[in-house]
Design a binder for this molecule. Structure first.
Ligand SMILES: Cc1cc2nc3c(=O)[nH]c(=O)nc-3n(C[C@H](O)[C@H](O)[C@H](O)COP(=O)(O)OP(=O)(O)OC[C@H]3O[C@@H](n4cnc5c(N)ncnc54)[C@H](O)[C@@H]3O)c2cc1C
Length: 301
């Protein structure tokens, strides 16, 4: 990313919320569960399944984490009652990982149990590197009793292949593979764009050939091509993998993948806590960040 773009995205957190909100609408379903349900119904009607995410992270308050668990339970009930094609994604720090490991584990376990009862599935999102060991530990512990829980692997992490060999392949885990979005130190994460891409392809082949159900989560056309070519070469049935994209990002590429007959799942975030999520999305797309800054500098006119 160039210096100007760096400055632009660095300024994003200081832009007033209403201006960010105007440009960010397409990335978030809304503030309440009804909004998310509406979006999921619409996606389902177009042959696309979903994963619903209640926005929120780095919770330091037990009550807030418990409230989030309650909303997730409402989501699972709504999915079953309305026959939606959707599962749920949760962030460990939203479930209280920064408060206490045991508290967080119990919250996620409760959701996995509830999902199991309702024939649904819980994906544990992957956050920044200090949370990785605990997140893999939670997955490993839960998999002793439940099959309906999966993890995320970030291709920019230097440890990613080790995590496949030591944790994910032995568990035959259900894994979402993405590039990784947090800012990490060079010692632990690849920074070069092509290296991350190459590692993504390498990890994808490994996950699929180890028999891990894999969510190929990317909007990078080259990696979408890579995904399609690997599943073809390995002659994988369509129930062994899926593609995944974020709400509002590259819908045209999403349609191409769907038309080619692959399963596609869209990540549908919602909730009052939309601002940090949208700033992260805009940081990934300096073009949108540019529009936002322009609106800000012209007084929102
Ligand atoms: C379903 C899903 C779940 C994810 N879960 C996690 C997670 O748990 N942990 C984690 O660290 N990361 C997660 N991510 C984010 C991921 O790590 C990447 O940061 C993100 O997907 C961008 O990488 P990319 O592979 O799309 O490639 P990029 O090279 O970043 O993007 C490829 C192209 O997509 C388009 N694009 C990308 N972002 C935007 C945008 N915001 N607006 C408009 N166009 C855009 C651009 O045209 C860009 O050229 C998830 C991503 C997806 C799709």
């Amino acid at each position: 990313m160039g210096l100007f773009n760096n400055m632009l995205v660095g300024a994003m957190p200081f832009v007033p919320k209403p201006i960010v909100g105007f440009f960010a609408k397409k990335y978030v379903a809304g503030t309440c569960l009804d909004d998310a349900v509406k979006t999921v119904k619409d996606l389902n009607a177009h042959g696309v399944c979903a994963t619903m995410d209640l926005l929120g992270e780095s919770t330091t308050d037990r009550e807030e984490a418990r409230n989030a668990v309650a909303v997730y339970k409402q989501m699972l009930a709504a999915i079953e009652d309305l026959k939606l094609d959707s599962n749920i994604s949760v962030k460990p720090t939203h479930m209280g990982l920064n408060i206490d490991y045991g508290f967080c584990f119990e919250n996620i376990r409760e959701l996995v149990e509830e999902a199991d009862r309702r024939g649904n599935f819980v994906r544990i999102d992957m956050e920044d590197s200090p949370t990785h060991d605990d997140t893999f530990k939670i997955l490993t512990e839960l998999r002793k009793k439940y099959d309906n829980v999966g993890a995320v692997l970030q291709a920019y992490m230097r440890r990613a292949m080790d995590d496949i060999n030591k944790v994910l392949a032995p568990l035959k885990a259900n894994v979402r593979l993405c590039k990784g979005i947090y800012i990490e130190k060079h010692e632990i994460a690849y920074r070069d764009y092509e290296t991350v891409r190459n590692n993504y392809g390498y990890l994808l082949e490994k996950l699929l050939s180890e028999g891990c159900y894999t969510g190929i989560a990317t909007h990078d056309e080259m990696l979408v091509w890579k995904g399609m070519s690997v599943v073809d070469r390995l002659r994988l049935d369509k129930d062994r993998y899926e593609f995944q994209m974020l709400l509002g990002v590259t819908p045209a590429l999403r349609d191409i993948v769907v038309k080619a007959g692959h399963r596609m799942r869209v990540y549908v975030p919602f909730g009052e806590d939309w601002h940090p999520y949208c700033v992260r999305r805009m940081k990934e797309n300096p073009e949108v960040a540019g529009y936002v800054m322009k609106a800000f500098l012209s007084g929102g006119k």
